[in-house]
Design a protein around this ligand. Structure first.
Ligand code: ADP
Length: 170
């Protein structure tokens, strides 16, 4: 572990003033429901144009765009796995999302980032298992990404907040 700060809070990720917010996108990167829809609405139509130019993103990978009208300077778009019962590499793919987001943030000198609970909405990943992967992967990967000093797990429900609080022991 490095001296980076890990925390969790109950918030709408579109309101967070951080270096980058992570978007739980779909592989077309052309917007959708849930957090993806909220980010596109708040960032404004320029985001869709920027996403079009990226020509999609495979599951487990990550792509960067400006934050446009968001308070966050950047948006890191990642595509989580759809939960199919747990035997289709869902855990590895979800971990890869967190790892690739951190690596992308590090390469661009982004010091703070906020993650939503990737894959736990429409994509159906069980919340507690997903949170365990999120926290464990970030804790492991931060050591090799010294540029990142602060990571916020942005929870959208009290239930998620309780899970993250327990995992982070805060
Ligand atoms: P996925 O398709 O990856 O499952 P969803 O957007 O459906 O993505 O859900 C991912 C998580 O984001 C869920 O836990 C959902 O409650 C949460 N979420 C939805 N809107 C917001 C928001 N505005 N800010 C933070 N988290 C959000």
């Amino acid at each position: 572990m490095t001296g980076a700060t890990l925390s969790c809070e109950l918030a709408d990720i579109t309101c967070l003033r951080v270096g980058a917010v992570v978007n739980a996108a779909n592989s077309a990167l052309l917007g959708g429901g849930g957090v993806d829809g909220a980010i596109h609405r708040a960032a404004g139509p320029e985001l869709l144009e920027a996403c079009r130019a990226l020509r999609g993103c495979p599951v487990g990978e990550a792509r960067l765009t400006p934050g446009f009208a968001l308070p966050a300077a950047w948006i890191i778009h990642t595509v989580g796995p759809v939960w199919q019962g747990g035997h289709r590499d869902e855990a590895e793919l979800l971990a890869a999302c967190y790892r690739h987001c951190l690596q992308l943030a590090g390469r661009h000198g982004i010091h703070s980032l906020a993650f939503p609970a990737i894959s736990t909405g429409v994509y159906g990943y069980p919340r507690e298992a997903a949170a365990r992967i999120a926290v464990g992967t970030v804790q492991t990967c931060l050591a090799s990404v010294p540029a990142v000093r602060q990571v916020i797990f942005c929870c959208f429900s009290e239930a998620d907040l309780a899970i993250y609080r327990e995992l982070l022991a805060v």
